[in-house]
Write a protein that binds this ligand. Sequence first.
Ligand code: NAD
Ligand code: LMR
Length: 331
Amino acid sequence: MPAMTSPAPLNVCITGAAGQISYSLLPLLCSGHVFGPDQPLNLHLLEIPPALPALSGVVMEVIDGAYPLVKSVMQTSDPNVAFRAAHVAILVGAFPRRAGMERKDLLAKNLPIFKAQGQALNQVANRDVKVVVVGNPANTNAMVLSHFAPDIAPANITALTRLDHNRALAQVAKRMDTSVSDVRGVCIWGNHSSTQYPDVTRATASGKEVLPKMGGFGGLAEGFIPLIQKRGAAVIQARGMSSAMSAANAIGDHLRSWMLGDSRIVSMAVPADGSYGIRKGVYFSFPVRCVRGGSYEIVQGIDLDEFSRKYIDATAAELYAEREEALALFE
Ligand code: NAD
Ligand code: LMR
């Protein structure tokens, strides 16, 4: 029998690596749950200098996990070191929203972070690096990152809306009294914000249309849609901190679908290419199909009803405005 050779290690960079999402994400990555049980990893962990002591504790725990797939762990506060030869970059670190801060203030605080990280990725990352932006405002941070990383294909930069997708799947399954694995045709359009449009108008559960059981369009508008749009805020209200376990799980799902392929339609925020009338220049969540080997395509040909179009236009308008605000800060 020929000897089995294991694949070359993937260099996986996580920013905000001492934070709470990273703490839930690292075990998923290290155990092989995301990139596969035979895929070795080199971990590149980035933090700001004040968080390096805490990060060294996280690194001790990764080592103590004795994960056979983890070949090395590097910790640094220098993006040019962290992103060097990165195959995958998970951008979790961001300036947190403080009480009284408007979305615009949050954009202004995050712009220098994503500008510097875009420039570093452009200089030192693997040319085919796959990037997922998690730190909020995730879609616009991805747009900023891409602007400052002109040599990385814009399609290789994505933002996370899989958590919203999973939240929608779970609520549909609960309403239909079935398993999430029997639900098809759910997707998230637009911004990872309270204007997102969780779309179940064409969804089925075990082959049955879900719309009638969800109360028709009126029921969606009053119940399901605001529930998903405000789910992140509800978790913050209850926990005093934002979602971490479910966010980490969604990052794992996003990367596994993207890298290994997925037979289901999933949601990812990707560069708008004019599909469904969304203007180029923003990162917009669309239903996508992921093909094994790290590529994806926006699902085409969906016939959008008036109800859906109204929500999609509203979330697009928010992203166009965020883009203008960010561009004004570039000067
Ligand atoms: P956290 O505060 O626990 O951790 C964030 C970490 O990022 C901190 O350790 C901080 O030191 C670090 N950091 C800040 N600036 C950095 C920089 N320039 N470089 C490297 N590291 C930096 O927060 P968390 O709960 O892990 O959440 C992180 C982000 O993810 C937040 O912006 C949050 O709003 C967002 N989030 C997004 C989603 C989504 O679905 N897209 C879901 C949940 C949370
Ligand atoms: C979430 O959807 O849970 C988070 O994006 C909320 C937040 O503001 O961190």
